[in-house]
Design a protein around this ligand. Structure first.
Ligand SMILES: Nc1ncnc2c1ncn2[C@@H]1O[C@H](COP(=O)(O)OP(=O)(O)O)[C@@H](O)[C@H]1O
Ligand SMILES: [Mg+2]
Length: 247
């Protein structure tokens, strides 16, 4: 691309690299909307598959092997249908404050990124405290926080075939906490102070925007919570997020 200074807004001049990044972000945003439409379209056929398999299973004289196959088709279609419903709900822009179960939200996101973990051969472990109270907040924003932190961890473990541990616990007074640890390469001391800065990224052009943790930290703070990071070169990284039960 020619190195022209594109005009952004009234007079802000942006570089070709920034223009490429903005174009990419815009493309992904549009693709996201189109995908949401496509996913919505999947619901119809999935419902047909689920009910058809139930009807077949109620028939008499269906050989056992066929029954087994149909029942697998039905349960896979059901799984997909749950995933698409969850995806549509997650992609919504509307604010919906409600009593949110942190453990269920973690399960949703881990299910959502399952393929991303599997293709990097990352083992995902959970240690969830099932006595946690619900937290009153926007569940979709909590999902975004979890997704940002978990995707960063998975991206950091690109080659290592690592481990991801997600824990939940009670925090001090009226707060819950989740801890996400990876055994990736860690964050060097000279960069750890910058990771929450806007546009700070160590990833290649097109792979990182440097906005994930910037947005994450501000979302956590808008919920009245806080986020901390500890990391050791070669020793992995841990993000700890504490959220008040009621803001
Ligand atoms: N779990 C992690 N392990 C190693 N580095 C990390 C981890 N999480 C975040 N980082 C570092 O923080 C930077 C900023 O992250 P983020 O704000 O999400 O932007 P991006 O993912 O687009 O680079 C990353 O580029 C990476 O250098
Ligand atoms: Mg990121």
């Amino acid at each position: 691309m020619k190195d022209l200074a594109a005009r952004h807004g009234d007079d802000a001049i942006i570089t070709t690299d920034q223009l490429r990044q903005l174009a990419y972000n815009e493309k992904m945003a549009e693709l996201g909307k189109i995908s949401a439409g496509l996913v919505h379209e999947l619901n119809g056929p999935l419902t047909v598959i689920i009910s058809a398999s139930q009807i077949i299973l109620r028939e008499e004289g269906v050989p056992e092997a066929v029954q087994e196959m149909i029942s697998r088709i039905g349960s896979e279609a059901h799984r997909l249908s749950q995933l698409t419903k969850g995806l549509l709900n997650f992609s919504s822009h509307d604010e919906t404050i409600s009593d949110v179960d942190l453990n269920l939200t973690i399960d949703f996101i881990l299910n959502f990124v399952k393929f991303e973990a599997a293709r990097r051969a990352v083992i995902v472990l959970k240690k969830l405290d099932h006595t946690l109270p619900t937290v009153r907040l926007d569940g979709n924003l909590l999902k975004q926080i979890l997704m940002n932190i978990i995707m960063n961890a998975l991206q950091a473990m690109e080659e290592s075939g690592g481990k991801l541990l997600v824990e939940t616990t009670h925090a001090e007074t009226d707060a819950v906490r989740f801890i996400i640890s990876d055994n990736g390469p860690g964050i060097p001391i000279e960069t750890i102070d910058h990771i929450f800065n806007r546009y700070f990224t160590t990833k290649k052009q097109g792979e990182g925007t440097g906005l994930g943790l910037f947005v994450t930290k501000r979302l956590v703070e808008s919920m009245g919570g806080n986020i901390e990071v500890t990391s050791r070169m070669g020793g992995g990284t841990t993000f700890t997020v504490t959220l008040p039960i009621e803001k």
